[in-house]
Design a protein. Structure first.
Length: 345
């Protein structure tokens, strides 16, 4: 038997450097693709991505006015989203306001409670007010009143301190007590002729009923949100300014006026024409009222003149120290524009 040398595998030729570069490039491309896939934002198939997807679609439906499917998607979003509770509360509140605008109060109430449950944060006050309003519009005044009382609880102890011991309760509206002084205050705010008509004891009952009716209607107005109406708030601010300025003048001007007997007589002498009686007979001269008889009127006139002077001094002081610019010429711009339009027409 002939023995032969086993076949030898020819040595592998060294690879071309270009092939190596190609392989390295392919590996790098594969790594880049894997990194992009790994780091890309979650899509609709992930939990977070699905929540974001639902919210986006729900927002588009809401903008298109298709509320019911939008609400369903928003509900799914709220259940599955990992967003902070306050953010989810804002979503629920936004949907609630849309239902309120449509008059769908039951759906609005559901979403308001969703916002309240999630914790509305800065929107808490608005959510509370809307819940009261919605309950009232649903015809549930007792529930609305309970919600209102929990939002605006009064400090009963502080109120009791301000009441006199001889000021009895004359009516109750729910938990709110109406005192005799409240009725008297309402009487004082009436015009003199109307106030005189309520002086009789049998008319006081009518006034009490009016006070109670005003409280009930005020409650309803608050529950329906009319106290937040922009025009109401503007008028309220204007009344508040007038009352505060009146108190300022009363405390800082009128309370500091001093009346000197010599000044009164001097004022009387300088303005005697104010204190004259008309002549009794035609052709006679008017008679000057003696100072002692005219003293009360003299003092009243003197105080008024001094108050006006002190008021004007206060105004001028404030004008001189404040950063104020006046543009009186602009007051006639509207009328000028109207005249110009009429002439062009």
């Amino acid at each position: 038997m002939e023995l032969r040398e086993p076949p030898r595998t020819p040595p592998t030729a060294p690879r071309d450097p270009l092939v190596r570069i190609f392989l390295v490039g392919q590996l790098a491309l594969l790594l880049i693709i894997l990194a992009v896939v790994w780091l890309r934002p979650p899509g609709p198939d992930s939990v977070a991505g699905a929540a974001a997807h639902r919210r986006e679609v729900a927002s588009k439906l809401k903008a298109a006015g298709v509320l019911d499917p939008s609400a369903e998607l928003f509900a799914e979003y709220l259940e599955s989203s990992g967003d902070p509770p306050e953010k989810r509360a804002r979503v629920a509140y936004s949907l609630a306001t849309t239902y309120l605008e449509r008059g769908s109060y039951e759906q609005a109430l559901r979403w308001l409670y969703e916002a309240e449950t999630w914790g509305a944060g800065e929107l808490t006050g608005e959510v509370d007010q809307r819940i009261v309003e919605t309950l009232e519009r649903l015809g549930r005044p007792h529930a609305a009143q309970a919600a209102l009382q929990s939002r605006t609880a009064l400090d009963a102890d502080a109120e009791a301190v301000r009441r006199a011991a001889d000021d009895p309760v004359v009516a109750r509206v729910g938990a709110e007590e109406i005192y005799r002084s409240d009725v008297q205050r309402a009487l004082d705010q009436l015009p003199p002729q109307a106030a005189q008509a309520f002086q009789a004891p049998d008319r006081r009952r009518e006034l009490l009923q009016k006070v109670v009716a005003d409280r009930l209607l005020w409650r309803k107005a608050v529950k329906l949100g009319y106290d937040r109406d922009p025009e109401v708030q503007r008028q309220e601010a204007e009344v508040l300014r007038q009352l505060a300025v009146g108190r300022l003048v009363e405390r800082e001007v009128l309370a500091n006026l001093s009346v000197d007997e010599t000044d009164l007589r001097t004022f009387y002498q300088a303005h005697q024409q104010r204190y004259q009686r008309p002549p009794e007979n035609e052709g006679e001269e008017p008679q000057t009222v003696p100072f002692e008889q005219a003293r009360r009127q003299v003092e009243q006139d003197y105080r008024q003149v001094k108050a006006q002077a002190a008021y004007q001094e206060m105004v001028e002081t404030e004008l001189s120290t404040a950063d104020v610019e006046l543009f009186p010429e602009r007051l006639d711009e509207q009328s000028s524009d109207n005249r110009s339009g009429e002439s062009n027409g």
